[in-house]
Ligand binder design. Structure first.
Ligand code: ZN
Length: 325
């Protein structure tokens, strides 16, 4: 038997006095076992994780559970309401991105207070799954911290075609610290000794059946792997191991980007592969012939054509035989 309860939790207070609240679901099994924390939509436009947790709810209320599952379908109601990735600067000028503010602080900025309230729940867990949703042109994948065996095991259990090992701390490149990656939930939790993964499901802003399916089956696999649900994980995806390529192929100027139409994400490409052309939409002048800067697996290619200088055009992951390579 499963005991389910849904609790409203106050995350922070807005200047007007309105409280930001969200709902936390707890599913307690009849037998003792580990505690798993799952959340979605800390980037509010990434709605597929919410639908994953709604379907997970239907499965869990009638399941035989050992231990406990804590699920937060809308981690950031502010970005959820705006269908956005970040909050307006007026609300948090330091951490507009909630996923740079973990583990947070109860007397910090708005997002730091919100993450601190959720961290009280996440820190009790034996494993954490932070569901995200990438762009429609991104290959569904799972990210974990390179060198953390527990997190890698979770990523393998979740099962996608691509598993990305992301280096952290001193092993990471400069971009890692510049972009404040220390403040990701995955990094904070892994450093606290909790195996953690970030599944990146495809297609934000829309409920995409294949993305939801990948998220639900992957999360069920994590629960099986941890023996919260009985049975072995069902092998899913090719689970190719690769290194996260932070140094993306970026736009050298602002303009309109026409991606090479024959390229598909998931393909292995070579350094120098033509990715598309950036041009000035008023004069048609070619500003950049974008090419891959290394051999690897193309896992994202921008199809939103209007780009600004420095914006991402493509991501190429480096295949690894061993994550310590
Ligand atoms: Zn996200």
């Amino acid at each position: 038997m499963v005991t389910h309860d849904a609790e409203r939790l106050t995350l922070a207070r807005l200047p007007s006095g309105i409280e930001i609240e969200t709902t936390i679901h707890r599913y307690r099994g009849g037998r003792s076992g580990p505690k798993i924390y799952v959340q979605a939509a800390q980037h509010g436009r990434e709605v597929n994780g919410v639908e994953v947790l709604r379907r997970l709810h239907d499965r869990l209320v009638s399941a035989e559970l050992a231990g406990e599952v804590i699920a937060v379908p809308v981690a950031d109601p502010l970005t959820f309401d705006r269908v956005s990735y970040t909050t307006p600067e007026a609300l948090d000028s330091i951490n507009a991105n909630m996923n740079r503010a973990w583990p947070g602080s109860s007397d910090g900025t708005l997002h730091e207070r919100m993450t601190a309230a959720l961290w009280e729940r996440a820190r009790e867990a034996d494993a954490v799954v932070d569901l995200h949703t990438g762009s429609p042109e991104m290959l569904t994948h799972v990210v974990f911290m390179a060198g953390d065996d527990g997190s890698r095991a979770l990523a393998e259990a979740f099962g996608t075609d691509l598993l990305l090992a992301e280096r952290a701390g001193e092993a990471a490149n400069e971009e890692w610290s510049q972009r404040g990656f220390d403040g990701k939930l995955r990094v904070a939790a892994t450093r606290a000794g909790i195996p953690t993964i970030t599944p990146e499901l495809a297609s934000n802003k829309r409920i995409d059946e294949s993305a939801v399916e990948a998220g639900l089956e992957g999360t069920l696999n994590v629960l099986r792997d941890r023996s919260v649900l009985s049975g072995a994980p069902e092998p899913r995806g090719e689970r190719r191991l690769a290194r996260n390529h932070l140094g993306r192929v970026t736009a050298t100027d602002s303009g309109l980007f026409r991606a090479e139409s024959t390229l598909e994400v998931g393909r292995e490409i070579e350094a120098g592969t033509y990715l598309g052309t950036l041009y000035d939409p008023t004069t048609y002048e070619v500003l950049q012939e974008a090419r891959a800067d290394r051999d690897g697996i193309l896992y994202a290619l921008t199809k939103e054509a209007t780009v600004t200088a420095g914006g991402k055009l493509a991501n190429v992951a480096l295949p690894l035989d061993n994550e310590d390579d």
